[in-house]
Design a protein around this ligand. Sequence first.
Ligand SMILES: Nc1ncnc2c1ncn2[C@@H]1O[C@H](COP(=O)(O)OP(=O)(O)OP(=O)(O)O)[C@@H](O)[C@H]1O
Length: 288
Amino acid sequence: MALLDIQNLVVEFQTATGWFRAVDGITLSVHEREVLAIVGESGSGKSVSMLAVMGLLPWTAKVTADRMTFAGQDLLKITPAERRRIIGKDVAMIFQEPVASLNPCFTVGFQIEETLRLHLKMDRKARRARAIELLTQVGIPDPAARLAAYPHQMSGGQCQRVMIAMALSCNPKLLIADEPTTALDVTIQNQILELLMRLQAEHGMGLIMITHNMGVVAETADRVIVQYKGRKMEEADVLSLFENPQSNYTRALLSALPENAVGDRLPTIAGLMEEFTPAPALASGETR
Ligand SMILES: Nc1ncnc2c1ncn2[C@@H]1O[C@H](COP(=O)(O)OP(=O)(O)OP(=O)(O)O)[C@@H](O)[C@H]1O
């Protein structure tokens, strides 16, 4: 059974000019121990689809789907209290801006321990021991002392490590990483990716990696979904995607990689207004 199983997800936002459809019929699933990358340019609906799973969209959003289950539980029908028991515990998410994702008013130790208190009902001593263990796992030096630090006293990379520690604190079955390295220094990006991949393998989690970076896809994913304007353009295992892309949008994305630059001109996706089409297999309702 898939860990997360979504069929025909549609997300629309109420705006001053009417309904805006940000996600248009996305179908995806992710299994235990699997890394699924969702790739696409800015605004293609990658984050909104996952925020719909987490129940974190604002009230202006209307979410519908033929199916949205996590470990067999129907996320469309569960009560808010049931959802809170799953979200943050069995499904965790980390975001693009680690510093902004942490609360500036509380120490990182308090924020990690609060997750443990809420979800696992651990007592104070056990919480502290677990928080130190988690900071050690994510490679923060002198973890006992760092628990007393506020987010502004840490670097962006360290804050992302803290976010990862918080996400892992309740041993989630699924981790959703939304552009986890985009806001970080290039030299730190690889370290955080390596950390995520090591922890994913050690914990046997399912991982959804949202990214616009094909390099990240190549390094991390088992399977890839390419999204454009809220629609799935293609789904394939990572090798097939790079070797034999089926959608003209995937081909355009791949040909726009910086390594394909000619002279001093960077490649671009030709004719943004062009009507990109899903892979033929998707158009007929299958995936490769
Ligand atoms: N609260 C909202 N109200 C109206 N439109 C929204 C809202 N949140 C997101 N959108 C729109 O939904 C579309 C998809 O946004 P989303 O953040 O999922 O894109 P993305 O693919 O994750 O891009 P990025 O890489 O920039 O985060 C965008 O056009 C965005 O402007």
